[in-house]
Design a binder for this molecule. Sequence first.
Ligand SMILES: Nc1ncnc2c1ncn2[C@@H]1O[C@H](COP(=O)(O)OP(=O)(O)O)[C@@H](O)[C@H]1O
Ligand SMILES: Cc1ncsc1CCOP(=O)(O)O
Ligand SMILES: [Mg+2]
Length: 319
Amino acid sequence: MEPSNLNEEQDQNSWALNAWTLLSKLRDQSPLIQCITNFVSMDLMANTLLSAGASPAMIHSIEEIQDFTPHIHALCINVGTLSPAWLPAMREAALVANKAGKPWILDPVAAGASRFRLKACLELVGLNPSVIRGNGSEIIALSKASLGATKSMDAMEAAKSLAQSSGAIVAVSGAVDIITDGHRVVGAHNGVSMMQKITATGCAVTALIAAFIAVDPLHALEATASALSIFGIAGEMGMDMAKGPASLRMHLIDSLYNLDQAAVSSRLKKNELLSSCVDSELLPGMVCPPSIPRGKGMLSSLSATIVHKELIKFMENIR
Ligand SMILES: Nc1ncnc2c1ncn2[C@@H]1O[C@H](COP(=O)(O)OP(=O)(O)O)[C@@H](O)[C@H]1O
Ligand SMILES: Cc1ncsc1CCOP(=O)(O)O
Ligand SMILES: [Mg+2]
């Protein structure tokens, strides 16, 4: 085997082993995850957490936060069906979690849909979430607003800027999930497009990320990428049995519950993506997408073949 292919395989193996280790820890520890989430997602989110091995608590009343939140292992805040009455509870829960040293994650559903929602999301971003997970348009909306940018941005650029300005790990879901701390960029490639046809899969994977960071709070980037990979693998395995979105929902939950090490090792697809590149490093036929800043960057440890494939796929899939 070529040395570059060997490195690549070792890299895949170490990501797969890490994802499996975190899932096993989650099953052993059953972390308590408080979810302040929208009405649409409550059922799928709670069932996703349960099937992964975590303990969900859909507790959103402000009257309960001072007593309950200090005892959780992680908090998930989702603004999907936001109303003025819920915002103070979200704020309070984030502050109590921070004070108790518990990680929390923000899902900025439809962040750019209204001024009220955008302002609320920006305020929550300012309360130091460990992770922000949204789809491309949500992360672009947040990034543009927090930086006051007027130029057009793509999802990776927006995610990196938002990660740098907020200090959070930022994850953008899609055909390829992008996870960044503002410097490193990881791509997670598992999942099936039918997952978009089930409402609240995005919300559910955000809660799963909360469970993963609960068991590994010091490695939030790796934990976030692992949760996205595990959810994607469950989606792929579920799709093997599903006839459409409704049965995929059921089979995804069953697959997550039954996931074993062999499936994680054989299916996990993840790569460290380029965060910068220079023309002289590009081989014939390779392109540098506009999302990747040109400069002093290195092509990291990836083989030229993989870089080529990744970049093309990346350009095709980012939305
Ligand atoms: N085209 C796709 N192919 C494979 N997986 C996808 C695709 N689009 C979304 N997913 C997966 O579906 C889940 C929900 O993502 P997404 O639909 O982007 O979130 P949201 O519901 O918040 O918009 C994620 O796990 C993501 O990886
Ligand atoms: C349809 C809808 N409307 C308000 S919240 C919500 C669910 C959004 O879930 P997701 O972001 O996971 O698709
Ligand atoms: Mg969403």
